[in-house]
Ligand binder design. Structure first.
Ligand code: TYD
Length: 207
């Protein structure tokens, strides 16, 4: 029996544990016999890695609309050349960050219009929405404590102030409340194993 492609995205603030959960989910999917593509935005392709370098490490300001367009350009290329082909081939795509990141960060954080940012992303991806979006929710102060322990270099967005990250968190929670059938919201301060189990329970029926 051919498997249906499945598009799973992970969202949350910096330091919420998305990478760990993406790894655990991927391992489990592979034991279930699924072929998995793990990817991320920004990045995930060669063009994307170049855009990633600009948006995360360019010194000096980037105009908010330019920043939104750079993320959208990365997304357009990534979805067209990597994600859609994998889904068409029946694979599971486990992706770190997608359009909800743009709405949360560029929309709420950078005070652009959230609906316009979402529409821009949907234009870029020709309307692709995830089957499941896992939101790892964490208050920004705890996230900062985790990052301080793990990192020596902050990227442009990580270096933003706590109130920026508070707005991003609120935007994420509003997105999840607006689309409860797509989102699963988990407390990122729980044990990683417990979070992983909750994610598996949500994904299992879709396999
Ligand atoms: P990421 O590499 O996921 O960083 P982390 O591992 O710290 O979560 O993402 C890098 C940054 O890019 C992150 O701070 C959020 C930001 N971002 C946006 O602002 N808009 C977007 O559309 C995406 C995909 C990411």
């Amino acid at each position: 029996m051919g498997s249906r492609g499945l598009f799973i995205t992970l969202e949350g603030g910096d330091g919420s544990g998305k990478t760990t959960q993406a790894e655990l989910l991927t391992e489990w999917l592979v034991t279930r016999g699924r072929s998995v593509v793990r990817t991320r935005e920004p990045g995930g392709t060669e063009v994307g890695d170049e855009i990633r370098e600009i948006v995360l490490h360019h010194r000096g300001d980037i105009a908010p609309r330019a920043e939104a367009l750079l993320y959208a350009a990365d997304r357009a290329h990534h979805i067209k050349t990597k994600v859609r082909p994998a889904l068409a081939d029946g694979q599971v795509v486990v992706q770190d960050r997608y359009l909800d990141s743009s709405v949360a960060y560029q929309g709420a954080g950078r005070v652009l219009d959230a609906v316009q940012v979402r529409d821009l992303s949907l234009w870029a991806s020709e309307g692709l929405l995830p089957d499941v979006t896992i939101l790892l929710d964490l208050d920004p102060a705890s996230a900062r404590t985790r990052l301080d322990g793990a990192r020596t270099r902050y990227d442009r967005l990580e270096a933003e102030k706590l109130d920026f990250h508070g707005r991003v968190r609120d935007a994420y929670l509003a997105l999840a409340a607006a689309e409860p059938e797509r989102f699963i919201v988990l407390d990122a301060s729980d044990e990683p194993a417990a979070i992983a189990a909750a994610i598996r329970a949500r994904v299992e029926p879709l396999l």
